[in-house]
Design a protein around this ligand. Structure first.
Ligand SMILES: Nc1ncnc2c1ncn2[C@@H]1O[C@H](COP(=O)(O)OP(=O)(O)O)[C@@H](O)[C@H]1O
Ligand SMILES: [Mg+2]
Length: 253
């Protein structure tokens, strides 16, 4: 009963969401996200007091769909549901393969999505403990992750790509990359102007699912890519120019 209500409710959000194309086969797309197991995972988060209700779609990506959720105390949550049908994860399995925290690689796509949620949750915890500003992770269950909502719902905060940035933002980004590496022993591995929120007083790094430990065999290569992405973006915005290789040298030395 509850499952059916939940399904109907979520389907309504999908219909109202501006992200869904009019001509798409709604039901089918929907069923791909909310299979039975995912509905149960959400139901569990509702009944365990992590969430009071879901309020609508924030973003529909290739790998994950983000919902605006509300906690029992009324505060907003970002609920990231990893799509179990996404082929994208398989492409990115190398981020898991070299990570000593995850020595067993699941064989099903559902298993992979669940692993990804665990990984993002742990990465957020590690980053936060090291003093890197990220969304606070609250809970996860199977392929569903609950974290702090950044922005004024229903709108998420603007990302670097969406807004004006200045030299202070560049410095902040470099400092966070360094802190993440040295203190959290992590490399974001998917860093770009699309994965940093800019608030009035601060910036917030997010989308940490890809992040790897610095002991990962490709950590340095991934670090260089992260740094180079940031440098390229800020250069395009006419802010600053440093050589990515030099920055990486400085960070790892
Ligand atoms: N904590 C959050 N608070 C508010 N919005 C969020 C949050 N996390 C993600 N979003 C929204 O969902 C989008 C996709 O999230 P992201 O974690 O980057 O997933 P993907 O793996 O699909 O890139 C973001 O660009 C943002 O609009
Ligand atoms: Mg992203």
């Amino acid at each position: 009963m509850r499952e059916e209500q939940l399904r109907e409710r979520l389907l309504r959000f999908e219909r109202e969401s501006r992200y869904l194309k009019k001509d798409s086969n709604e039901r089918k797309v929907f069923e791909e996200v909310f299979d039975r197991a995912t509905l149960w995972a959400i139901d569990h988060l509702l009944s365990s007091g992590q969430l009071d209700y879901l309020n609508g779609v924030v973003n529909a990506g290739k790998e994950a769909r983000v919902y605006w959720g509300v906690a029992p105390d009324g505060s907003a949550r970002a609920v990231k549901i990893y799509l179990t049908a996404s082929a994208e994860f398989k492409k990115r399995l190398r981020y898991v393969a070299g990570d000593r925290r995850f020595n067993k690689i699941p064989s099903t796509s559902r298993g992979i999505a669940e692993l990804w949620v665990q990984k993002e949750f742990k990465n957020l915890q590690l980053a936060q403990k090291a003093g890197v500003r990220v969304p606070t992770p609250y809970a996860f269950n199977e392929n569903v992750l609950v974290m702090e909502y950044i922005g004024e719902p229903p709108a998420p905060a603007p990302r670097f790509i969406d807004t004006e940035v200045g030299e202070a933002d560049y410095r902040w980004a470099m400092e966070m990359i360094e802190k993440l590496y040295r203190k959290a022993q992590l490399v974001h591995a998917d860093l770009s102007e699309y994965n940093v929120f800019k608030l009035k007083e601060e910036c917030v790094l997010f989308d940490m699912g890809s992040a790897v430990l610095t002991t990962h065999p490709e950590a340095r290569e991934l670090l260089l890519r992260d740094v180079a992405n940031m440098v390229r973006f800020f250069k395009r915005r006419g802010i600053f120019e440093e050589r990515a290789e030099e920055i990486v040298e400085r960070i790892v030395s």
